[in-house]
Design a protein around this ligand. Structure first.
Ligand code: SAH
Length: 220
């Protein structure tokens, strides 16, 4: 299968450049993030029937009851994760369709990503391989347990909402590192936790809407 062929017009470089302009107007300032999002073919991360909508500022369904995060969410979370530093080892919880993973892969040395839904991860694995993104390790597991076999990470991003920050993940965050995640019950907010020599410092930011983090795995 040639993934580079579906859709013309609405999925062109021009459409992508307009998305990036909108992100800029919406307050995204990290030029590295904008440049990476200008280069990744987001329409290849959704079903063909939705490809023409891939560059709108909305989240879209990606099967198994999950959604691809909107461009603004991806840009904002990535900008927050980077701060103004370069990324070395990043852990992502909730691979989904792999778009956020692909963005991170262009900005970090290594990306480790965990997804609990097996068949969703299988498709994403194929997609990322076809896009020749190689500095990533994908794992089918419960992301709330982290990736202890890798050691610790300088950045952790969680793309599903939690009510409480998972302690196990904080243990895998190096000093100087930061974690970005949505948190909340009736209202959800993007949060950043920084691991400083004095301890963890949490900052609560934009109101958002995410699917919930669930424990355990789904095999089929
Ligand atoms: N960044 C993804 C977001 C997908 S939605 C994208 O843009 O496509 C959130 C994803 O988190 C879903 O795929 C869901 O299955 C996954 N998820 C939820 N709880 C999880 C857990 N405990 N471990 C790993 N993945 C989880």
């Amino acid at each position: 299968m040639d993934v580079h062929h579906h859709g013309i017009g609405m999925t062109s470089q021009r459409t992508r450049a307009r998305m990036v302009e909108r992100l800029r107007e919406q307050g995204i300032t990290d030029e590295m993030v904008l440049s990476v999002m200008n280069s990744i073919p987001r329409h290849l991360f959704v079903e063909e029937a939705l490809a023409s909508r891939a560059y709108e500022d909305v989240s879209l369904p990606i099967n198994f009851g999950q959604t691809i995060s909107s461009p603004w969410i991806v840009a904002r979370m990535t900008e927050l994760l980077r701060g103004s530093h370069s990324l070395n080892k990043v852990l992502e919880i909730g691979t989904g369709c792999g778009y956020q993973t692909a963005v991170l892969a262009k900005l970090a040395k290594e990306v480790y990503s965990i997804e609990r839904i097996g068949p969703l991860l299988t498709r994403t694995r194929i997609r990322l391989r076809e896009l020749r993104i190689t500095n990533i390790s994908l794992k089918h597991a419960d992301g709330l347990l982290g990736f202890p076999e890798v050691g610790s990470f300088d950045a952790i991003i969680m793309t599903a909402v939690t009510t409480q920050i998972p302690e196990l993940l904080l243990e895998q965050l190096t000093v100087g590192g930061r974690m970005v995640y949505p948190k909340g019950v009736s209202k959800q907010f993007l949060c950043v936790i920084e691991h400083t020599p004095q301890g963890f410092i949490e900052t609560i930011l934009d109101e958002v809407k995410f699917v919930p983090i669930l424990s355990g795995v789904v095999n089929r």
